[in-house]
Ligand binder design. Sequence first.
Ligand code: CMP
Length: 143
Amino acid sequence: MERTFIAIKPDGVQRKLVAEVIRRFETKGFTLVGLKLMQVSRELAEQHYDVHREKPFFAGLVDFIISAPLVAMVWEGEGVVASARTIIGATNPLTAAPGTIRGDLGVSIGRNLIHGSDAVETAQREIALWFKEEELVSWSPSL
Ligand code: CMP
């Protein structure tokens, strides 16, 4: 089954939006298979955002990601990678559609609350980077 990596960034945790974000994924019908609150190391943040290493915002982005706790999650379900991107909305909250997490709750591109993997291959890389195999729980809702 397809899985994606989702992080509630420090601004989302600071603004007490953890439950709101989780609610949106749960009510959509996706299954939570990994969850942890983390104080992220600079090394992990730099590895995660390696593709943006040459961008002018890279240093500020890494500094922000390690500035306060973050919630790392893995969600599972059919088509979850693309669907999560839809639920999250455009990178810039100012142009993200109403009804999306960033469109409803986000403030600026540098404080856009949440990260979601942009493709299935990226999700596999990010899940392996953030979670050990034993931290993920394989289960199916049956109640
Ligand atoms: P995310 O989905 O985590 O992927 C890369 C992140 O870089 C993005 O969300 C934003 O938080 C950040 N980002 C992208 N563009 C800019 C920008 N112009 N200024 C600051 N941060 C940016």
